[in-house]
Design a protein around this ligand. Structure first.
Ligand SMILES: [Fe+2]
Length: 293
């Protein structure tokens, strides 16, 4: 059941993977058990009955909102996460996911450095935070927790085209690190993987994890008259700043996952140069060439 005040509170749960090491406080999580690639054991036995109950409540609230707001591919795959009444075991989930698209989920302590993140994606391993938010963080958690990472991100990894996009993103990220273009790629991640909308015959639907794991932004992104919704444009996205502490001022709409995959297939090197020359845009900026929904 959605918390009634959350719709208006203007907060979201999408957190850029690049914030590791850039904040004014250490990332949340126990990094002492992590390997050099930042992965660790899930330690499923350490979850308490209260943790599982909280996960169940989060799962229930979000699942109830999906019809008419989430894309069909996401809705169909949510059941693949496992029983909704407890935090999934990553090893069991990985077996199902691997059969579907060759991906697996791996546990990490929390936010990880961008290069480590890109490397895992390029290897078709999706890093999922081990810890779950506290009950008082039911409506909002500052960093992504196991619920955001699992419920928001993993269902679409069962979709073959989106799964390939995520791997290509990781490979592109490793290259962008060398070209010092990670900022542009972070915006692409933000406006697609975290806050993307997709046009369907039934209307606009959400596929971004930051939207789909947020109690309030799911309705806001699809239904509110406030934000602008613009047709997917790779270079426009790479130029556009985003909001980390409010709902998005702009959402970008893809026509299909194939479009997303194909638009991001070319070599980004000349694109980064053009984007750098064209300059940064504010999150709510309007351009004459924008295709509006
Ligand atoms: Fe995320």
């Amino acid at each position: 059941m959605p918390a009634s005040n959350d719709f208006h509170s203007g907060i979201n749960q999408g957190v850029a993977p690049v914030t590791y090491g850039q904040g004014d406080r250490p990332p949340r999580g126990d990094y002492s058990r992590a390997a050099a690639d930042y992965t660790c054991e899930q330690d499923w036995a350490s979850y308490t009955a209260e943790d599982h109950a909280l996960y169940r409540r989060l799962h229930e609230r979000q699942s109830a909102q999906l019809p008419g707001l989430a894309c069909a591919e996401f809705i169909e795959a949510v059941s693949q996460l496992g029983e909704p009444d407890r935090i999934p075991r990553f090893d069991q989930l990985s077996r199902r996911l691997h059969r579907a698209t060759g991906w697996e989920v791996v546990a990490v302590p929390g936010l990880i450095p961008e290069e480590a993140f890109f490397k895992l994606l390029a290897d078709r391993r999706f890093p999922v935070t081990g810890w779950l938010r506290r009950p008082e963080e039911f409506d909002y958690v500052v960093e992504p927790d196991v619920f955001h990472d699992l419920f928001g991100h993993v269902p679409l990894l069962f979709n073959p085209v989106f799964a390939d996009y995520m791997q290509a993103y990781g490979a592109g990220g490793l290259k962008a690190s060398r070209l010092e273009a990670c900022e542009y790629l972070a915006r692409l991640y933000w406006y697609t993987v975290e806050f993307g909308l997709i046009a369907t015959p039934a209307g606009l639907r959400a596929y971004g994890a930051g939207i789909l794991s947020s109690a309030g932004e799911l309705r806001h992104s699809v239904l509110s008259p406030e934000p602008q919704r613009l047709g997917f444009d790779l270079e426009r996205i790479m130029r556009t700043r985003y909001k980390i502490d409010t709902y998005q001022a702009s959402y970008f709409v893809i026509d299909s996952f194939d479009q997303l995959f194909e638009a991001t297939a070319p070599d980004f090197t000349p694109i980064y140069r053009r984007v750098g020359d064209a300059g940064v845009l504010e999150a709510d900026s309007h351009l004459p060439g924008d295709r509006r929904y």
